[in-house]
Design a protein around this ligand. Structure first.
Ligand SMILES: N[C@@H](CCC(=O)N[C@@H](CS)C(=O)NCC(=O)O)C(=O)O
Length: 205
């Protein structure tokens, strides 16, 4: 299976889950500075022009963070990447979906790519400000919901990989303090060998 990613993106989270599961994968790094995600060759594989993406040996592809994470969980049940308790498992999805769908897609994306939200350059500062407000409110909610001890919903789960990439953006790209329980969560994540390995691959260690 091929894994398409770009350094420091949301693909960090899926990369961590790949390492946690021990799944066999062939890494394919795209250089966003060169707009490789919009190259004809990549668009032929993924017309969305986004990462993360899995391409299986039969040529078929799978995209979207939660879909990739769920597939990794279901194909590696021994790794227990979701709690057995139904409500705790649903809470992991609650955190993961809010992270990807709101904090990332409606918050950070506005800050990092305002041109995707408005073609008018004069509106970009306002788009970024709206994105920052959504991002910070979302992070505060995540910081109040994540478990004070251990990981997001107790033991390490899919949700932790999602929380980690937005924590990384807030701490390393926006240089802002992580709210609530996220500061401790981020530190615990950086103790994991999978996270250390992936940060090194992405050029951040
Ligand atoms: N909903 C998608 C979001 C993927 C996404 O936004 N990826 C970003 C990197 S964090 C990307 O590839 N952006 C490329 C671009 O916008 O040109 C998912 O869950 O995987």
């Amino acid at each position: 299976m091929k894994f398409f990613y770009a350094n420091g993106t949301c693909a960090l989270g899926i990369h961590i889950l790949l390492e946690e599961t021990g799944a066999a994968y062939e890494p394919h790094r795209l250089d966003f500075a060169k707009q490789e995600q919009k190259s004809p060759g990549y668009l032929a594989i993924n017309p969305k022009g986004k990462v993360p993406l899995f391409q299986f040996d039969d040529g078929s592809t799978l995209s979207e963070f939660q879909a990739l994470a769920t597939w990794l969980h279901l194909t590696h049940p021994d790794k227990r990447l979701l709690p057995a308790d139904p409500l705790a498992a649903a809470r992991a999805y609650e955190l993961m979906d809010y992270t990807v769908g709101t904090v990332h897609s409606l918050g950070f994306s506005r800050i990092s790519r305002p041109q995707n939200f408005s073609p008018a350059p004069e509106s970009h500062e306002a788009v970024k400000a709206a994105g920052l407000a959504t991002f910070e409110q979302g992070m505060a909610w995540l910081g109040s919901k994540a478990s004070a001890e251990g990981f997001a919903v107790g033991d390490f789960s899919l949700a932790d990989a999602a929380l980690f990439y937005v924590e990384f953006w807030m701490a390393e790209r926006l240089k802002k303090p992580l709210p609530g329980h996220l500061a401790n969560h981020y530190a615990r994540m950086k103790d994991r060998p999978s996270v250390q390995k992936v940060l090194k691959i992405h050029g951040f260690a």
